[in-house]
Design a protein around this ligand. Structure first.
Ligand code: ADP
Ligand code: ADP
Length: 233
């Protein structure tokens, strides 16, 4: 199966000055087990693409298939369930619980989905994300960078088929950024998960095996990187 298939996806937003076409009949296919970066200028539609793919936004027309299953056209409850089972999301709006610990936040999707919580695995992933000394701290005690890494660890712990991220390295210092990118590409290589990131960050893009370029709501090109820079180094 494919990680993501989009067929003629269109999404427009109403603006006082007229309608803006954020996605203009976008079609693409990303194989399972791939790491893809979506790049392009500000306003080119990257976030809208990722949000539609992750089921956080609904296209006006077109088809979105994630891990072999249609995303659009599901009821809200069924979509939420599908997202919990198959999709990991790393978005700017982290939706973390301030009054809970790092570990509790990281395992929250598992608990919500009624899945077994493997605490030592959750600790392992959170530690890999650079939160080893913070596992039992409340979110309210964390820096923005640490919050972001909690969101990343949370997306990984649920073991989703596909992880979607919007600028996941945006607020991170270079070392933390490399750290989480390593973590994401490790999931791809080791567990066959798929990662799709909207990003401006050339370092993040260097971890991808292909880069999809957006311009004015359209796909403007695709670049396959045979050797990820991270491996070549
Ligand atoms: P990018 O992520 O590449 O910066 P976006 O997907 O955020 O691009 O935006 C694409 C276009 O859609 C922009 O012109 C933006 O202003 C518009 N847009 C995105 N989200 C909304 C929204 N919620 N309401 C109105 N316009 C939006
Ligand atoms: P980072 O390098 O992760 O961006 P900072 O330099 O912002 O972290 O913060 C350094 C340390 O201070 C972090 O480990 C963080 O946990 C702690 N810290 C930051 N902000 C707060 C806060 N508002 N309350 C308690 N501790 C904080």
């Amino acid at each position: 199966t494919e990680a993501l298939r989009m067929v003629s996806v269109r999404k427009a937003y109403g603006h006082p000055e007229g309608e803006v076409t954020a996605l203009d009949r976008v079609s693409l296919s990303l194989p399972a087990g791939s790491f893809t970066a979506v790049m392009g200028p500000s306003g080119s539609g990257k976030s809208t693409l990722i949000e539609c793919a992750a089921g956080l936004d609904t296209p006006d027309t077109g088809v979105v298939v994630v891990d072999g299953a249609q995303v659009a056209g599901r009821g809200e409850e069924e979509l939420a369930k599908f997202r919990r089972q198959r999709i990991g999301s790393i978005f700017q709006q982290f939706d973390l619980v301030e009054t809970e610990t790092v570990l509790a936040n990281v395992t929250l999707p598992l608990r919500t989905a009624g899945k077994r919580v493997d605490t030592s695995y959750a600790e392992h992933i959170a530690t890999q994300a650079g939160l080893g000394g913070r596992l039992h701290h409340l979110l309210a005690e964390l820096s923005d960078s640490e919050r972001q890494r909690v969101a990343i660890a949370r997306a990984l712990v649920a073991n989703p088929s596909v992880i979607f991220g919007d600028e996941p390295t945006g607020g991170l210092d270079p070392d933390s950024a490399r750290n989480v990118l390593e973590l994401l590409s490790h999931s791809v290589r080791q567990f066959g998960q798929s990662v799709v990131l909207a990003t401006h960050d050339p370092v993040a893009a260097s971890y991808a095996d292909s880069v999809v370029f957006m311009a004015d709501g359209k796909l403007a090109g695709c670049l396959h990187q045979p050797t990820p820079a991270a491996v070549a180094e």
